[in-house]
Design a protein around this ligand. Structure first.
Ligand SMILES: Nc1ncnc2c1ncn2[C@@H]1O[C@H](COP(=O)(O)OP(=O)(O)OP(=O)(O)O)[C@@H](O)[C@H]1O
Length: 338
């Protein structure tokens, strides 16, 4: 059964403090890990999409998962939430193994996820989409179906909770509209509302900001932070470094299937492994710019990582014309280890 221990949510300051003494290296032990992953691998044909030796996720905090395209982030999410099967490895939540469980059982243990492309059922109302997120629906089971009063009471409770969640995500006016009529950003909100129907302990968000227009960005960011304020643990995949900086307490970096670095968001750029991962994956790709000459997509990510690395060099007083100076002076522990 899920751990129902009530723990007091941490403030942002407390969450930052939790990581103060944590090593900036892959697989570093956390003060109070809720999720622990060991030797998880997944191969597609000859390609090792995920090959994670060890990873600990701190309870009650927001962990950002970043990495170049194809790093294995979504595959790792799929494995941990039962949407794909690992070739090997174990992972557990508060000591309970979650390996080989189908998604609904993982959800019952308290882990839910959202998807890169939202999975709202467009021909169903917004309210029904959220109601579908409920677990333990007695009315769907034989015993419950024979006791209609139980079923009706539960239906009412589910609808009430779904309406509360729609209100929380500012979608109450849309309750009776078809989900297909929502904007990209509203669908992201709908998906978060649906995920919360299960009253999860860990929420895993796959690119929650993708396809969200700027008008909804701040609201969505606020909602993600509020999950943590309610005591949930959040793990999210994101490409936008501004979002990572804004809401993550800790960042895990993947490249080529493995965790290659871990650090607080403001210390990423001084990590050689991170800069190398982005350079390594992009140096042979065509750079992309929009009509006004601004970098877009992977080029924008690369530009941002390099700009941060350069800012560090300037702050340290070194010379930007020295190519080696755009690298940190202190190699991360991961480099020393290998
Ligand atoms: N079902 C699949 N069949 C074959 N290869 C796959 C499958 N799913 C993922 N891959 C491959 O595994 C690797 C990791 O993919 P994954 O989608 O996990 O990366 P990612 O870090 O989430 O990338 P992105 O940021 O682009 O979403 C990629 O090379 C991808 O092509």
């Amino acid at each position: 059964m899920p751990d129902t221990t009530i723990r007091t949510p941490l403030t942002r300051e407390q969450r930052i403090a939790v990581f103060a003494d944590i090593d900036h290296r892959p697989g570093s032990p956390k003060a109070d890990p809720i999720l622990v992953v060991d030797n998880v691998s997944r191969t597609f044909g000859g390609l090792k999409a995920v090959d994670v030796d060890h990873l600990e996720i701190q309870r009650g905090c927001i962990t950002g998962l970043i990495g170049p395209n194809g790093a294995g982030k979504t595959t790792l999410f799929n494995l941990l939430t039962g949407f794909d099967h690992a070739d090997s490895g174990t992972w557990n939540m508060d000591g309970r193994s979650l390996g080989r469980m189908p998604p609904h059982r993982v959800a019952r243990q308290g882990i839910v996820r959202t998807f890169q492309l939202t999975k709202a059922l467009s021909k169903m109302t917004v309210l029904d989409n959220v109601r579908l997120g409920a677990r333990h629906q007695t009315g769907e089971r034989m015993a419950g179906a024979m006791l209609p009063w139980t079923w009706h009471a539960q239906e009412r409770a589910i609808t009430e909770r779904a309406r509360d969640l729609l209100a929380r995500f500012n979608l109450e006016q849309k309750a009776d509209d078809l989900a297909g009529s929502l904007s990209g950003g509203q669908r992201k909100l709908l998906e978060m509302a649906r995920a919360l129907m299960t009253e999860p302990t860990i929420v895993m968000l796959d690119e929650p900001m993708a396809g969200v227009n700027p008008a909804l960005t701040q609201s969505l960011l606020g909602h993600i932070k509020s999950l943590c304020d309610d005591g949930m643990t959040v793990v999210f995949v994101e490409h936008d470094m501004d979002v990572i900086r804004d809401i993550s307490d800790w960042v895990v970096v993947m490249a080529q299937g493995s965790v290659i670095a871990e650090a607080p968001p403001d210390r990423l750029a001084d990590n050689t492994a991170v800069v190398d991962a982005y350079l390594g994956s992009h140096h042979d790709q065509a750079l992309e710019f929009d009509d006004e000459g601004n970098p877009v997509g992977a080029t924008a990510e690369l530009a941002e990582v390099l700009a941060e690395a350069e800012a560090q060099v300037l702050e340290s007083g070194a010379d930007l014309s020295d190519p080696d100076a755009v690298r940190p002076t202190d190699p991360p522990a991961s480099q020393e280890k290998s």
